[in-house]
Design a protein around this ligand. Structure first.
Ligand code: ADP
Ligand code: MG
Length: 313
């Protein structure tokens, strides 16, 4: 392709909300064999919604939700935002005061209803930890609780497994080192996701899903979207290793992601595609930015490359 053709393609991309950083990545996209998708916020809408909350001790439900929301208040994770919205709704938006549009964003929390949290830490791929009244609170997955020495009863385990088998994520909560409750979170697939996966397969490209979420939820989501090859319970640093494992035989690999967690994998991929609505770090690490937050643009990008470079073959 001539420099003019590359310029034209870059312009066509830009008009469709596909920002291409450089002719090299435009050229590589035509040869992509694997497209590795992050799950949360990439295949799914990233608009997690709490669908259930179960307390396993005698603790009051409002008290439980306040504790969990307090622990998550400093986290940027989509799961944290969902929990804040749910807890806030519980506290302030009963039937009478519910007005549409005002309860959408955990940001407008009324001050004063959350507890002070000391020694907060976000544990990537696991959850959050903090201290309220000198007592430890843990909110996250099994791995987090097990590593912290919290006992997970068979009753709790059964509840979590049921959530996971219906494609939901179970968030476990321990307060004062006792497993207090579990939240179920659903994150629906993007509307176009299945069609895009089918489209890629028709183009001879193999889709893969990679996620930090647990195996059972991951498998349920992958099945829904039509992806056979799944890698779950991958720690943030591990996503880049997954990319490299697909590159071993010389295959050209694209990675599509939105999160800070995805940036090493986006950088490691031959073609990194960041969702425009994603985090700045991901956008910086990628070769392509998909501004419309629509997965169809993964196909648009590969098509554009194929069309631009087929002329020289
Ligand atoms: P993904 O790769 O799907 O974007 P992450 O690596 O961000 O997922 O997180 C993996 C898992 O770690 C989540 O599914 C959740 O169980 C747990 N987790 C991470 N951050 C939080 C948080 N702030 N609150 C609760 N759980 C969390
Ligand atoms: Mg993500």
């Amino acid at each position: 392709a001539t420099p003019t053709a590359v310029m034209v393609a870059t312009g066509v991309g830009a008009n469709n909300g596909v920002l291409i950083k450089g002719g090299d990545s435009l050229e590589r996209a035509q040869m992509v064999k694997y497209v590795i998708f992050d799950k949360t916020g990439t295949l799914t809408q990233g608009k997690a919604t709490v669908t259930s909350a179960k307390v396993f001790t005698g603790m009051d439900r409002g008290e439980f939700l306040t504790l969990v929301a307090s622990a998550e208040a400093s986290s940027e994770h989509p799961l944290a935002k969902a929990i804040l919205r749910y807890a806030r709704h519980f506290h302030f938006f009963d039937e009478s005061s519910l007005t549409s549009g005002t309860q959408n964003d955990g940001k407008e929390l009324k001050p004063g209803w959350l507890y002070d949290v000391s020694d907060f830490s976000a544990l990537p791929g696991r959850g959050v930890q903090g201290f309220i009244d000198g007592k430890r609170i843990l909110v996250g997955n099994r791995k987090l609780l097990m590593e912290s020495g919290i006992n997970i009863s068979t009753e709790v385990e059964k509840f979590v497994v049921e959530l996971e088998e219906s494609a939901k994520t179970g968030i476990l909560v321990a307060y004062d080192d006792v497993l207090t409750g579990v939240l179920g979170v659903a994150d629906p697939l993007k509307r176009e996701a299945s069609v895009v996966i089918e489209g890629l397969q028709k183009m001879g490209i193999l889709p893969v899903m990679v996620t930090g979420d647990n195996w059972r939820t991951a498998r349920a989501v992958a099945k829904e979207v039509g992806i056979q090859d799944v890698r779950a319970e991958v720690m943030p640093a591990g996503k880049a290793d997954v990319v490299r494992s697909f590159q071993k035989d010389g295959s050209i690999v694209a990675m599509v992601g939105d999160g800070i967690n995805d940036s090493p994998a986006l950088a490691a991929a031959d073609v990194g595609m960041a969702i425009g609505a994603g985090t700045d770090v991901a956008i910086e690490a990628a070769n392509y930015v998909l501004m419309r937050d629509n997965l169809e643009d993964v196909i648009t990008a590969i098509d554009l490359s194929r069309k631009t470079f087929s002329r020289i073959r």
